[in-house]
Design a protein around this ligand. Structure first.
Ligand code: GDP
Length: 425
């Protein structure tokens, strides 16, 4: 009877997909409200292992209507590729609705993302090169194309021509690439629009009605709090808000309807891409953590890039939970730490000789050094445990210690990548 937001408390890749898949069992709607196909959510269930980039994580339930809201960067080719891959692997055709106001990621967004990262060289942001920054730049500059524009040939042509004027200047003079023509793209887009048409509707009306009827809705965030463009590690942030507060905007839900906010955080830290990462570790232990982490090692779902590893960062996670307005936390990947004798936790930062537990602004974050506290490890496999009280005492203490540091009750503890490997407290 409420909206639950499942969001990241860290840098992304926290295990939101797994948590959404688990919570979707009780939901009527699962909604994506921001971001695009630039990050992947890994889900392992009875159908196999899937990396969803564009589709909401409720697609494995025939009881769920999956919604792509107006705030999402819609990559139509990625969407159909994923849909076809699901049905090819025996998943029943999901019930999917796409907002008529969602804007479209176009091939030139991807091209400009790639060209800009190349141009930046050593100063690159570590973009996944999926076109997300140029897409949201276009949206802000009022040069974006909405899904419903695909059904109006004349309007689509006008919008494309307007969008291409500044891009062609950049392509020719900054990147030394050939110019693009709206006419060359038009027919392909019209065709994609026709393929998309059966899924397109006014999803805001749909969800508002669902809320007023007391339906259970899960809003699924992409990336994590520290990638938020306003509150995160700017400029190593993403281009749309990663916060639960944005779910009302990007999905079209009344803000007061979001009553539960589950902030997902890993039992250690991982980050893909560039930017400051205070609790980072290197060497053999980082390597071991990377090999054991996630379902098949800590490598980016989209890019295959090795994720950077670190100890649990309580400063960043407390801040992330606060930004999210977390009512509860879900701690994932606890099983991964089972090989360690001792487990360091970054309990505070030291900046210019002073200790702090407050997350600093980007200009000061570069100077932060981790202040580590060490807890005893449990040295055992906990992946088949389903009750908190049955966890080894050291693992219980580790959870309780993190809970105290972040100031949010840890309601879920995930002890493996599979749907059922979950403890609810
Ligand atoms: P998301 O983008 O937040 O959904 O996270 P990703 O899917 O990118 O990364 C999370 C990784 O952790 C995936 O490989 C998941 O299969 C895996 N995972 C999730 N929860 C657990 C857990 O409790 N234990 C282990 N070992 N892996 C987990």
């Amino acid at each position: 009877m409420s909206v639950t937001a499942v969001v990241g408390a860290n840098w992304g890749d926290e295990g939101k997909g797994k948590m959404t898949d688990a919570l979707a069992a009780e939901a009527r709607y699962v909604v994506r409200y921001q971001g695009g196909s630039n990050a992947g959510h890994t889900i392992i269930n009875k159908y196999g292992k899937f990396a969803l980039r564009m589709l909401p994580s409720g697609v494995f339930y025939d009881t769920v209507t999956n919604v792509i809201g107006p705030g999402v960067a819609l990559n139509i080719s990625d969407l159909f590729r994923e849909l076809e891959a699901l049905t090819a692997r025996g998943v029943p055709k999901p019930n999917l609705r796409i907002s008529d106001r969602a804007q479209i990621v176009l091939p030139y967004h991807k091209q400009l993302d790639e060209l800009e990262e190349q141009r930046l060289g050593d100063r690159k942001f570590g973009s996944t090169r999926s076109g997300i920054a140029p897409f949201y730049a276009d949206k802000a500059a009022k040069l974006g194309i909405q899904t419903a524009d695909l059904f109006h040939r004349g309007r689509l042509m006008d919008r494309l021509e307007a969008a291409l004027i500044p891009k062609n200047v950049l392509l020719e003079h900054l990147y030394r690439e050939p110019q693009l023509s709206a006419a060359d793209m038009l027919e392909d887009l019209i065709k994609l629009g026709e393929k998309l048409r059966p899924y397109v509707c006014d999803t805001t009306e749909l969800l508002q009605r669902a809320v007023s009827q007391g339906e259970t809705i899960v809003a699924e965030g992409q990336l994590g709090a520290l990638r938020d463009p306003d509150h995160g590690i700017y400029p190593y942030s993403t281009s749309s808000s990663t916060l639960a507060g944005y779910a009302s905007v990007g999905a079209g839900l009344p803000p007061h309807a979001i009553t539960r906010i589950a902030a997902v955080t890993k039992a250690y830290s991982s980050s893909v891409g560039e930017g400051p990462f205070t609790a980072e570790i290197d060497g053999p232990i980082a390597h071991e953590l990377r090999q054991r982490g996630g379902d098949a090692g800590e490598y980016g779902v989209n890019t295959g890039r090795p994720r950077r590893m670190g100890w649990f960062d309580a400063v960043a996670t407390r801040y992330g939970c606060m930004l999210q307005g977390a009512t509860e936390a879900a701690l994932t990947n606890l099983d991964v730490l089972g090989f360690l004798d001792d487990i360091p936790v970054c309990a505070a930062y030291e900046i210019e000789g002073t200790q702090t537990t407050r997350f600093p602004v980007s200009a000061r974050l570069e100077q932060a050094k981790p202040v580590l506290e060490t807890l005893p490890g449990w040295k055992s496999d906990i992946s088949s445990i389903r009750e908190f009280d049955r966890l080894p005492l050291q693992a219980q203490n580790y959870v309780l210690y993190l809970e105290r540091l972040i100031g949010v009750p840890v309601r879920y503890i995930s002890v493996g990548p599979r749907r059922e490997q979950l403890i609810e407290r």
